[in-house]
Ligand binder design. Structure first.
Ligand code: ADP
Length: 321
């Protein structure tokens, strides 16, 4: 192996060792807020709550059983939209649905239910990461159980973004060892990409997300140059106040509903090195990187799960794990 390989392996090992001695608690800031939604809330009311609080997901609480009841994410709203399309005559029924109907909506449209995984906050972070990768969950609630009462408490939610940020901020000496380029380590997806044009309808873009099981569709022009990206969270403002008409509009129009401070998209090239991706994660709120060539033409997509997977399990398979 070349010295580059050796350094890369050394960096990866150090990061994995770090994740094994840290817990999910360590990732949480000293002080934070957590918005938990009661499952008796009307689904249409929750949109305004998320927007008002500038969040895109929330843990659910069943106050009848006094138990944690899963996580509300943009996937649930995409399910609601699919329900609306499949049963257009049931608009008034849809308006009356509460969060505790989400599972029924899933069933009605034949969506595969998302496994509700949670981890205990004091388990090793490495374990939480492996759970994320095996279940494809992009975020996992941290649920603690009171020894005496057996009562469950949702402490917080950790996301792939938070974990990668935590690695980036606390491991600079290790991430700088990751000098191989994106091309060399084949990070991300190239070929058979789901893309849209500015004039693609929101409904079509949602259809692509469902079919590919992804949460981001790059938007390109006629020359395949990257213009922007439509994300699963962008559907939330589209159906606020039960305004399902907006879905017939274009993704170009839908992007105008984004909050002022939305960070936009991050790009990189195949010549960039993994350590520079960690630099970007350290400095900004990145949810994925879109790979372009020198002429800004779309080449591929690197999701946070692609990065997490590489950092956690690259090379492990051949080691017999
Ligand atoms: P995201 O939530 O950003 O869509 P995922 O973790 O769901 O990311 O991505 C799952 C896989 O799909 C990843 O390997 C990623 O590279 C790939 N992927 C992401 N976006 C697209 C796209 N628009 N077209 C094809 N594949 C994609």
């Amino acid at each position: 192996p070349s010295p580059l390989d050796k350094e890369q392996r050394q960096g990866l090992k150090a990061i994995r060792d770090f994740l094994k001695v840290r817990t999910s608690y360590d990732v949480l800031p000293l002080s934070f807020r957590l918005i938990v939604l009661d499952t008796d809330l009307l689904i249409k009311k929750t949109l305004g709550i998320l927007i008002q609080n500038a969040i895109v997901s929330a843990p659910l609480w069943d106050s009848h059983t006094g138990r944690f009841a899963g996580l509300l994410t943009s996937t649930d709203y995409i399910n609601v939209i699919q329900y609306h399309c499949q049963f257009p005559d049931e608009m008034s029924k849809l308006d009356q649905f509460r969060l505790n109907s989400l599972r029924d909506i899933e069933k009605a449209i034949g969506a595969i239910p998302i496994e509700t995984v949670s981890v205990h906050p004091s388990r090793p972070l490495y374990e939480a990461c492996r759970r994320m990768l095996s279940t494809r969950a992009r975020r996992i609630p941290l649920v603690d159980i009171d020894d005496e009462t057996g009562q469950e408490t949702v402490v917080s939610v950790i996301t792939q973004y938070r974990i990668l940020k935590f690695i980036a901020v606390n491991n600079e000496p290790n991430t700088i060892l990751l000098k191989k380029t994106i091309r060399e380590i084949k990070l991300g997806t190239y070929g058979n990409l789901a893309t849209a044009h500015m004039g693609t309808s929101v409904l079509e873009a949602i259809g692509l997300m469902v079919r590919y099981n992804i949460s981001c569709i790059p938007i390109v022009d006629a020359n395949n140059k990257l213009l922007n990206a439509f994300e699963a969270v962008d559907v939330i403002p589209c159906i606020k106040d039960g305004a399902y008409e907006e879905l017939k509009g274009t993704v170009g129009e839908a992007l105008c509903f984004r909050p002022e401070d939305s960070p936009g998209i991050y790009t990189c090239t195949e010549e960039d090195r993994l350590d520079s991706l960690f630099d970007t994660i350290r400095k900004s709120r990145v949810h994925r990187l879109i790979v372009v060539d020198d002429d800004n033409r779309l080449k591929g997509v690197i999701s946070l799960s692609d990065i997490l997977k590489y950092v956690l399990i690259h090379g492990e398979e051949d080691a017999g794990h």
